[in-house]
Write a protein that binds this ligand. Sequence first.
Ligand code: X2X
Length: 341
Amino acid sequence: MMNLKTWIAAGAAVASLGVAPAMAQDNYKDEYRVSTVVPAPFPWGLTADRWAELVAERTDGRINMKIYPGVQLVQGDQTREFTALRQGVIDMAVGSTINWSPQINELNLFSLPFLMPDYAALDALTQGPVGEKLFEVVESKGAIPLAWAENGFREVTNSKKPIRTPADMKGLKLRVVGSPIYNDMFTALGANPTQMSWADAQPALTTGAVDGQENPLTIYTVLKMHELGQTYVTLWGYVADPLIFAVNPEVFNSFTPEDQEILRQAAIDAGAYGVEVARKGLTGGDTSLIDEVKGYGVDVVTLTDEERQQFVDATRGVYDAWKEKIGVDLVNEAEKSIENR
Ligand code: X2X
């Protein structure tokens, strides 16, 4: 017959069996901080939200991710996001290749002017051998990359006049992101680029401190930039800006293999959804987003091949110089992937 003490011991043994897997997760944090620049309903923010939702669902809440938009964990300085991720100030991020380029030089690839003529070219890079190499570089720089998503092709807008040729840009004060290749490109085009964070860009547009900016059309529409005086839009698709889901290595390694896999697959799934929303109304014969912009009375310029070529020619020197900086082999491989797309 069991005495009381034995009963308690037996009960504890059974309980500990049930508790064992949970014990392995004692090291899990109550909340994982995920950095983004823009929140929902921008496609970028929707993408991050989806990732967090899928992970919560598929881990039964074991991994609780909270989105911190506005790169608030680095006081709005988006060019410091990757460093903070690497250091563990941020646990995870859905970050732009532009914003991480100051630390990961190879990511400047996507900012090479007129490298990618269309979405198939962008996909050929992110979904092919170039994408794999870039992920190896990201990992070597101190974060675990899981999947790609999309901010989008960046179009130039301004409050002054239609831009059809580089001559139209002369003297225009344009806000650019804080990666040096943008300064080089807009200087080569004869504009007057001024680098500032996204946080500073919005008031600068509102007050007219700058004449224009460049960003994906989804950023334009969600922010209603036509109401900020940005009534001239030129669809020139000079660069595209993919996003990367990434995790701090210590955080990633603290997860069970099963949870690591859930996090990765959820990023892949959220990325597919994110690409879809980022391209909605811009691809496959659906021009509804462009029509929406036109509907606001905005002057939307689509370049002829000849006009586009003038921008290509004017930025060719920047392309060549940055090809050297980024790495000739990598850029050659990217050019080849695009050719064979
Ligand atoms: O700052 C920008 O322009 C934005 C929001 O597109 C990025 O973070 C790259």
